[in-house]
Design a protein around this ligand. Sequence first.
Ligand code: NAP
Length: 260
Amino acid sequence: MTAVPDVPAARTRTAVVTGASSGIGAATARRLAADGYRVVLAARRKDRIEALAAELPDAEAYQLDVTDRAAVDAFAAHLGERHESVDVLVNNAGGALGADPVATGDPADWRTMYEVNVLGVLNVTQALLPALTASGDGTVVVVSSTAGHGTYEGGGGYVAAKHGAHVIAETLRLELCGEPVRVIEIAPGMVRTDEFATTRFRGDAAKAAKVYEGVAEPLTADDVADTVGWAVTRPAHVNIDLLVVRPRAQAANHKVHRTA
Ligand SMILES: NC(=O)c1ccc[n+]([C@@H]2O[C@H](COP(=O)([O-])OP(=O)(O)OC[C@H]3O[C@@H](n4cnc5c(N)ncnc54)[C@H](OP(=O)(O)O)[C@@H]3O)[C@@H](O)[C@H]2O)c1
């Protein structure tokens, strides 16, 4: 096997995945564990991350609300005490709430989406950046969305928040130029996960099912985890700035092929 240049091979590298209790985050935790990382799974639902951590070879579950800055700082301190290094941060926690037009959208929903998709990324990234830099080869991944790159009717609050996540990634990459930290943005299109659409429509399963209706093959959580795993395991000097990934049936946010 060819040795990967630049990457220190001897120590076990630690990867933190936020929102690892379901969907893309859980699949990413599995993928990075398979790639040999010691994975720290962070999310609010402790039972779920504990169950997944127990399945993985070298993993830890840590209950965390990424919008709670004091809790995030305590998490960073915990990592400093328990882990030799922090090498990878996957900012995946996030989601959508509602699909109302701008004219009638609930500001409370917009605030919630901004808190998790923007300030959540900011909180965890700021708190772990010293450790990522100290690792000598850190990687920050932001799981944004194609909603961070274009809009659609009814997307307003989520689109605004994901544009914010995109801008964090772009700005941070400029600011860290010269530091040993890569900043990677993964922007998925339509991904069929168990909870994303159900959460968006507050448990209305019929509305959630409509999102994927007639779409032969939306992306799966594993498809996205595969792109995260690939981008993170490139040699240290290779920065995948932005990776947009959609199902073949989705040519743009609003251009989706559906069978009758
Ligand atoms: N599914 C899609 O079509 C799609 C497309 C593009 C981008 N994305 C993005 O990909 C990411 C994962 O989405 P998904 O489809 O896997 O949805 P999901 O299954 O609903 O996962 C969302 C995850 O975020 C966690 N989370 C939410 N609020 C949190 C908070 N305050 N603190 C900590 N964790 C929190 C949830 O865990 P707890 O509830 O246990 O905290 C859950 O693990 C999100 O950022 C989403 O916006 C999804």
